[in-house]
Design a protein around this ligand. Structure first.
Ligand code: IDC
Length: 436
C-alpha cells in the first residue's frame, strides 16, 4: 500500500475521497450528473459588477516592464510559443505556491514574493487555488480578496508575472458540480471566479489565467482500486472532447468579454499529461474561430514521467516515453512542442506523490528539452512545485517561513537548492534588453 501511495498525488487524493465515501452511506460522487457541459449557472452580481483594479506601474527593468503583456506568437521556426508584447519568445520560470489554504498561507507574504524576485531570480509565480479540498476556495471565498488580490499587488510591485490557477484536482472533472452550479448554493463557482478575476484584473498586464489544473478521470469510477489494477490510468473518463474543451470554451467566453487577449492556459487530459489529445481540436468561439493567446498545460514529476526507463515508483500504465513525445514525437504522436504552445505550469523534481525519489538528473533532462532542445525549438515556460515546506521532498523549503527579509540558503531542501541554482543559470533564451 505504501508503495502505491508513493506512486502519485493522484493516489493520495484518491484515498482521501475513498475514505469519505466509506464514512458516509449517503455519499454522492461529485460530478456524476454532469457528464457533459452544464449551461451557465448563477454568477454573483458582486463579481459581475466588481470594481476594475487600476493599472500598476512596474519597476523599470523588471520582467513585466520589459516584456509587457505576454501573448502567444511564433518563434523563427514558425512554432507557436509564449512571446513578449513585441512577439519575441520569452521564458517564464518560477515557483508554485502550495495550496493557498494550507502551507500557502504561511508562505504567501510580501517579503517572500520580493525574495522570489530578488534572491531567487524568478519572473513568475503560480498560485494554486484549490477549490473543494479542505478549507479550499469553495469554503473560503475571502481568499479571493485576501491572498489572490494581495498576490496581484505584490507581484506587480516586483514586476513579476502571476499565474492564477483554478486548482481542479479532486474531483477531476472541471464540469463537476463541485466547480459548476454547486449543490450547496447553485453558484457556478468557476464562471463566477473567472468573471471576477477577468473583470477586476483586466488592466494588470502581469496576470495570466489557468482554467483548470489537472483534469482527471473521476476517481470513484475506479472500481478496481485495491485490486491492483488502475483503471483510471487506462480509461480516463474525463476527456478533452466531452468535458475539458467545452469547459474551456465556456470560461474563455467569459474571460474574453473582459480581456480580449490575456494569455490563458487550458488543462489537458489525464492530469495534464496528454496535451497531444488537443492537437487539431483547440477551443473555438461561438463562430467556430480558434481562440488566440491560448496555451496548453503539461505537468511532469521527474521520477514518474520521463523516458519510460525510470519508473521505480511508477505503475505499468505510466511506462511510456514522455520525453520523446515532447522532443521529437514518436510513431503515434507528432512532436508536441512543434504542434502546440505548451506551458509547464507545474513540475516536481521527485515522483508524482511529491514525497520521494528526488531526481536531479531526470529534471535536468526535461529542462534541457524545455530550453529549446526539441524539434520545434520551442522554449517552454515552467513553474516548480512547490514553494513551501509541505508535501514532501519536492518542497523547496525546510520550514514554512512568514518572512524572508533576510534570505538564508539554510532554508532550502535538496530540491530547493537544485531549483534555486537553476533560476540563477543564465542558459535560457535572453530577450534583448532584458536583465533576465
Ligand atoms: C499535493 C500536495 C499535498 C496535498 C495534495 C492534495 O503536495 O500536500 O495533500 O496535493 O491532494 C499534483 C497536484 C498537486 C499535488 C502535487 C504533489 O497538482 O495538487 O499536491 N501533484 O502530489 N499533481 C501531481 C503531483
Amino acid at each position: 500500500m505504501l508503495k502505491r501511495l508513493g506512486l502519485s498525488a493522484l493516489a493520495v487524493a484518491f484515498c482521501a475521497s475513498l475514505s469519505m465515501a466509506q464514512q458516509s452511506n449517503n455519499y454522492v460522487p461529485p460530478g456524476l450528473d454532469t457528464e457533459n457541459a452544464p449551461s451557465f449557472g448563477w454568477i454573483d452580481s458582486a463579481s459581475i459588477n466588481c470594481e476594475i483594479l487600476t493599472a500598476p506601474t512596474y519597476p523599470i527593468g523588471s520582467p513585466v516592464q520589459l516584456w509587457g503583456k505576454l501573448k502567444v506568437g511564433k518563434n523563427k521556426q514558425g512554432v507557436r510559443c509564449l512571446c513578449d508584447k513585441n512577439g519575441n519568445p520569452v521564458q517564464l520560470r518560477g515557483m508554485v505556491s502550495h495550496g493557498m489554504q494550507w502551507a500557502g498561507v504561511a508562505c504567501l507574504t510580501e517579503s517572500n514574493i520580493r525574495a522570489l524576485r530578488n534572491d531567487w531570480n524568478t519572473n513568475v509565480f503560480r498560485i494554486a487555488v484549490y477549490v473543494d479540498e479542505e478549507g479550499g476556495y469553495a469554503y473560503n471565498p475571502t481568499h479571493r480578496s485576501r491572498y489572490i488580490e494581495d498576490l496581484v499587488k505584490w507581484t506587480a510591485a516586483q514586476g513579476m508575472y502571476l499565474l492564477i490557477d483554478w486548482h481542479v484536482l479532486s474531483p477531476g472533472n472541471p464540469q463537476s458540480r463541485v466547480y459548476r452550479n454547486r449543490r450547496d448554493n447553485g453558484k457556478d463557482a468557476a464562471a463566477d471566479f473567472f468573471t471576477y478575476c477577468a473583470r477586476r484584473y483586466q488592466k494588470q498586464s502581469h496576470v495570466l489565467f489557468e482554467l483548470c489544473n489537472e483534469p482527471n478521470g473521476e476517481n470513484y469510477q475506479n472500481e478496481n482500486f485495491g485490486g491492483g489494477k488502475w483503471a483510471w490510468a487506462e480509461q480516463p473518463r474525463v476527456t478533452w472532447d466531452n468535458h475539458i474543451k467545452p469547459y474551456c470554451e465556456q470560461m474563455l467566453k467569459i474571460i474574453r468579454k473582459y480581456d480580449k487577449d490575456v494569455v490563458v492556459v487550458c488543462g489537458t487530459p489525464m492530469y495534464d499529461q496528454n496535451p497531444e489529445q488537443v492537437i487539431g481540436k483547440e477551443p473555438v468561439d461561438e463562430n467556430g474561430k480558434v481562440y488566440e493567446n491560448i496555451m496548453y498545460a503539461f505537468h511532469f514529476y521527474a521520477a514518474t514521467h520521463n523516458d519510460g526507463q525510470h519508473y521505480e515508483t511508477a505503475v505499468k500504465a505510466w511506462d511510456n516515453d514522455f520525453m520523446t513525445r515532447f522532443q521529437k514525437g514518436d510513431k503515434k504522436t507528432p512532436c508536441i512542442l512543434k504542434e502546440l504552445p505548451i506551458f509547464v505550469t507545474e513540475w516536481g523534481t521527485t515522483d508524482a506523490s511529491g514525497w520521494a525519489n528526488f531526481r536531479p538528473d531526470l529534471s535536468d533532462r526535461w529542462l534541457k528539452i524545455f530550453d529549446g532542445d526539441n524539434d520545434g525549438k520551442q522554449v517552454v515556460s515552467w513553474c516548480n512545485w512547490n514553494f513551501s515546506a509541505e508535501g514532501g521532498s519536492c518542497a523547496a523549503l525546510n520550514w514554512n517561513t512568514g518572512n524572508m527579509d533576510i534570505f538564508d540558503e539554510k532554508i532550502l531542501t535538496e530540491s530547493g537548492k537544485y531549483i534555486f541554482k537553476k533560476f540563477h543559470e543564465k542558459y535560457h533564451t535572453v530577450v534583448k534588453g532584458s536583465k533576465q
